[in-house]
Design a binder for this molecule. Structure first.
Ligand code: ZN
Length: 314
């Protein structure tokens, strides 16, 4: 089974870092990621540079990266102004990712809008993106739980998906923004969404999990069982949550690829090349990262047989 793996570290990860990652470093990391077989790379965000100084160099990054055929380069846009700025960029991304939250409180905290305000903006965002030759996908944050409201009503999730489809989006990402999802919930909710609104193609629906409570990779498997084929991760497991200081970040892309390849799924990703990218991350951000396979090595990286076993011991 073919799966599609997307990396969001340069956007979702770096925006949480206290130190500014130099533009040239972002560009060289994106260029290296472009050669690993990833389907999508989220490279930056068109947000207010005052709100997110870490990504103030969106135009420079997009202009400097070398685009590999077959890779989709994505930028996050929180609102119509973000779409305008992306359209005006000297080199546009291929795809924009709009965001709103399934919970009203999180939506107000994250993008300062009510649900009604956010939903009203989506059709115009889609049109503006399409006119500028870009795709627009929507991410539904807090799909599986909100840090302020708890569980989110499943009927509300279905209504948002329907509204996004009516607005003509090119894809939908269901995001577990603060790592509250569990595998059973993922299997049931995602199966409900897909039964009601079937995927237009294999990569139409994406699942975006955080490993905040250690259930990230289990949730990926539950998502596959429910029929999803496209998954976000971040190298090193970079990222976090602005509302929960100390919470761990996105699921780790290389840990996910190691698991899926070992299980016989086709990710299209060269794990050795991805590990080389991931191993650069601690030096870039100046601290250790939660990813495990970068430390332990792939499951089948065998160790030398202990010398004592090479000759029969007496
Ligand atoms: Zn995230």
């Amino acid at each position: 089974m073919r799966l599609y793996i997307n990396d969001v570290a340069v956007r979702d990860g770096f925006q949480m870092e206290k130190t500014f990652v130099p533009t040239a470093t972002k560009v060289s990391l994106v260029d290296q990621l472009s050669r690993t077989g990833l389907a999508r790379i989220e490279v930056t965000s068109f947000v207010s540079p005052k709100a997110v100084p870490a990504l103030a160099d969106a135009n420079e990054v997009l202009a400097a990266i070398e685009r590999a055929p077959g890779v989709t380069y994505v930028a996050l846009v929180p609102n119509p102004r973000g779409v305008e700025n992306a359209a005006a960029a000297p080199r546009r991304p291929d795809e924009l990712n709009g965001v709103m939250s399934a919970s009203e409180t999180h939506n107000r905290a994250n993008i300062n809008r009510t649900h009604a305000q956010s939903l009203a903006e989506v059709p115009a965002m889609v049109r503006a993106a399409h006119e500028a030759g870009m795709k627009l996908t929507m991410s539904l944050s807090t799909t599986f739980g909100c840090p302020f409201e708890g569980r989110v009503d499943e009927g509300a999730v279905l209504r948002f998906v329907e509204a996004f489809l009516e607005a003509g989006v090119d894809g939908i990402s269901l995001a577990d923004t603060t790592g509250m999802a569990n595998p059973r919930q993922v299997r049931e909710l995602v199966a409900r969404v897909l039964a009601r609104f079937p995927a237009r193609d294999d990569a139409f629906y994406t699942l975006h999990f955080h490993n905040t409570r250690g259930m990230g990779l289990a949730n990926v498997l539950a998502g596959i069982e429910a029929g999803v084929r496209s998954f976000d991760g971040s190298i090193g497991g970079l990222g976090g949550c602005p509302f929960a200081p100390g919470a761990t970040g996105n699921i780790c892309t290389e840990d996910m690829v190691n698991m899926l390849e070992d299980m016989g799924y086709e990710t299209g990703v060269d794990l050795a090349k991805l590990l080389a990218c991931a191993r650069r991350v601690p030096a870039i951000v100046g601290h250790d990262t939660p990813g495990q396979v970068a430390k332990a090595g792939p499951s089948l990286a065998l160790h030398p047989i202990p010398a004592s076993l090479k000759e029969p011991t007496r």
